[in-house]
Design a protein. Sequence first.
Length: 349
Amino acid sequence: MEKKDLLNKLSELWEKELLPMLRRKEADRLKTRKIYLFWKFIAFISPIFWLIDLLLLIKNKFIGDTGFIIFMVVMFGSWIAMAIAVKMMFDISKNFDFYVKKDVIMKLFNVISAFPEFKIEMKNNNHLGIDIINQSNVLAEANVIDYNDTFEGTVLGIPITIKELGLFYSESKCEKTRDNSLSVFNGCLICIDMNKKFKGHTIIKSKQFFSKLPDLSTASIVLKLCSFFDVINKMKKLKSYTKVLTEFSSFNSRYDILSTDQVEARYLLTTAFIDRFYNLKTAFNAKKINCSLKDNKILFAFSLKEDLFKIGYINEPLTDKKHFDMVIEQVLSVMDFVEYFKLNLKIGL
């Protein structure tokens, strides 16, 4: 497959199919934006009512029982209104993005899948299990998964799974759900199944105080505190791992690299690997990126600044091609990484 041919096909898709479709959806965006701005106004004005209420209470210290009841009603009412407004803004934005994305992504992958090297489609399943995620040791332990968008298929004959999800930890003895859990991670996981196993286990994760501790940078504050008190127990899982220093000082300063096989780790962490690692982070606009290379699986964990393959921005015209170009860049960066590893595994990793 020539990348130039693929880009030409995608450019043709944008001009002939996507642009006319998005122009039709633009009216829906403007309507949705009005509703979104209404709830944004409620979210902004609610705390102002509470502040005015508080100032009046301070100014009139002796307001009596009736005045105090009014103060409490206004206070709780403003907080509840703000919470509802923020939730509505989140839901409206997410639902609108899915409304736009489902059509665009389907057409995008249909074009890409016309090339035999790339077969990816949007699915609704939970193929990636919690055990695989926990065994990667790049994140804190989780026992609850909340799946969002899922994409599965093959790139250059290599099976790949891309999932947008939330990971949580629950101590409940009964039903474990998101509602009674602490947030561990929220973002995207990419799992690549190679046809040859790694000899050891190599981990790349965001720099933190304890190098032999799963990345807690995206976890909830409560979970961070719990993990701090349990730090010794969690570090035991990485007891057999030794720290790896690459020849790239900037990479060493940003990431902790741990491995059970120093020789293999140094073989893996080449200039080409690190360049592609950074390209993935840039393409997915990720706040954090961790990686695990174990058995026959390469697992990437991205903490995203926005939804995966996001197309539908409420406050920007749908006809702005830069968002489509960003999605293409994300797809190409994944393809580039798979191609790199497939070639390297063939020459005797």
